[in-house]
Ligand binder design. Structure first.
Ligand SMILES: [Zn+2]
Length: 424
């Protein structure tokens, strides 16, 4: 019997670690196995010998000694902005408050001014550098929120830059409109007028052009109130944008109840949420998204509570919260923070960065696990067992990334882009 020709055969992996909604993670580790990939999809997972008997790969990837996981999914980033904030760091570290830095024109204000002044091309250029780093560290899907423009044109410009990046870059991008990230200074004395601008002009322009899937709001003390957030997210829903919400990062003003009321897809940060609120959120089917790198860089002396979710066996996601004050492009940095800071078992943290992150983006049927028919997004780590992800802190352990069934990273370099550059 002749073998079936396929695009790529990955074989001899020391471990293939994956998850499914039905089974516990233990049953998802395959030792000495492989993955058959064709037309960007996963065709089969199993013993190398069986796969070799059935398939002939045009490309062979030998994963001997390596651990293979689903592509990592960063389900919460503010990736598109101009400039950087390194000059504030020493002041922040010496104890100067963020509010004082903001008053001196720093913080989000600095980023807003620089982002408004930047062209769409400039934003794409800076965004691409970040996405390249993410891909090299094993991330294959990234959610991007707007929110540093805070005018109709600048918010649209950011989402157009996200669209450009999704066409140019191997990483899949999920766009979220977040005009309600902050009240811009020109509306300091009339924040409700800014809320009206978001509702009456920004959301309709973004929705009409099909620039976002989700609408997010920073519902917190000193940012947007529960009532303002409700109005904005309801307007988003009317225009077909699914609700996500930042809650309880600085203070608990009741944002999690709003998340339940509006049946948000996810609720993010949750640094000051009570156990009972977390339980109610999860009972309502809302995915909690925890951002331990944000808690670290804001020097909050706590991490969010993942124990409640672990006790209840409910899914939760982890993400980077990439932004100018938390600029980590590596989910390999977030993983040990979550494990040590939040006491999450390593496999559960991996699930939170793959299958559960896909759920937070409504992509769980397509992404997040190594299962038949799903997109072939795979990461090869140069470690014999997934638990070694916590044995070399601060080191990039990725050896290869397969994105949409194509080798996108090999030996620490981006393959796909090299080829595109050569082609002009
Ligand atoms: Zn955020």
């Amino acid at each position: 019997m002749s073998k079936r020709r396929i695009d790529l055969l990955l074989k001899n992996a020391n471990q293939i670690v994956s998850f499914s909604a039905q089974d516990s993670w233990q049953s998802q580790i395959v030792t000495g196995g492989g993955v058959a990939v064709d037309q960007g999809r996963i065709l089969a997972v199993g013993e190398t010998e069986d796969l070799e008997g059935e398939f002939e790969g045009d490309q062979i990837v030998d994963a001997r000694g390596q651990t293979v996981t689903p592509g990592l999914i960063d389900c919460h980033t503010h990736l598109i902005f101009a400039g950087s904030r390194e000059k504030e760091l020493d002041r922040r570290l010496s104890g100067v408050s963020y509010m004082d830095i903001l008053r001196d024109g720093g913080g989000i204000l600095k980023t807003m001014h620089e982002t408004r002044a930047a062209s769409r091309e400039k934003l794409v250029e800076q965004g691409k550098r970040t996405l390249d780093r993410m891909l090299l560290h094993g991330t294959t899907t990234v959610e991007i929120k707007s929110g540093y423009g805070l005018t109709v044109d600048d918010e649209v410009k950011i989402l157009l830059a996200a669209q450009d990046l999704s066409q140019k870059h191997p990483i899949d991008i999920v766009p979220t409109f977040m005009g309600a990230h902050a009240v811009p200074p020109e509306y300091n004395n009339a924040p409700d007028e800014y809320v009206d601008l978001v509702i009456e002009q920004m959301i309709p322009s973004v929705a009409k052009r099909g620039l976002a899937e989700f609408c997010d709001v920073f519902c917190d003390e000193g940012v947007f109130s529960v009532d303002q957030s409700r109005k904005i997210l309801a307007a988003g829903i009317q225009h077909g944008l699914l609700p996500k919400i930042h809650v309880d990062e600085f203070a608990n003003i009741g944002g999690s109840r709003l998340a339940i009321e509006l049946q948000a897809v996810s609720a993010e940060h949750l640094l000051h949420s009570s156990k009972e609120e977390l339980r109610q959120l999860m009972k309502a089917g809302i995915i909690p998204v925890y951002l331990p790198a944000a808690a670290l860089t804001l020097m909050e002396d706590r991490f969010p509570d993942a124990q409640t979710a672990l006790e209840d066996g409910s899914p939760f996601a982890l993400a980077s919260d990439f932004n100018p004050s938390c600029p980590t492009a590596s989910l390999q940095f977030v993983l040990p923070l979550a494990c040590y800071g939040m006491k999450i078992p390593i496999a559960e943290a991996l699930r939170a960065l793959t299958l559960s992150a896909a759920r937070a983006l409504r992509r769980e049927k397509e992404l997040g696990s190594i299962e038949l028919g799903k997109k072939a997004d795979l990461v090869l780590f140069d470690i014999p067992d997934y638990r070694f992800l916590l044995q070399s802190l601060g080191v990039n352990l990725v050896s290869k990334v397969i994105k949409n069934g194509v080798l996108a990273v090999d030996k620490g370099k981006i393959v796909e882009l090299d080829r595109r550059n050569r082609d002009g």
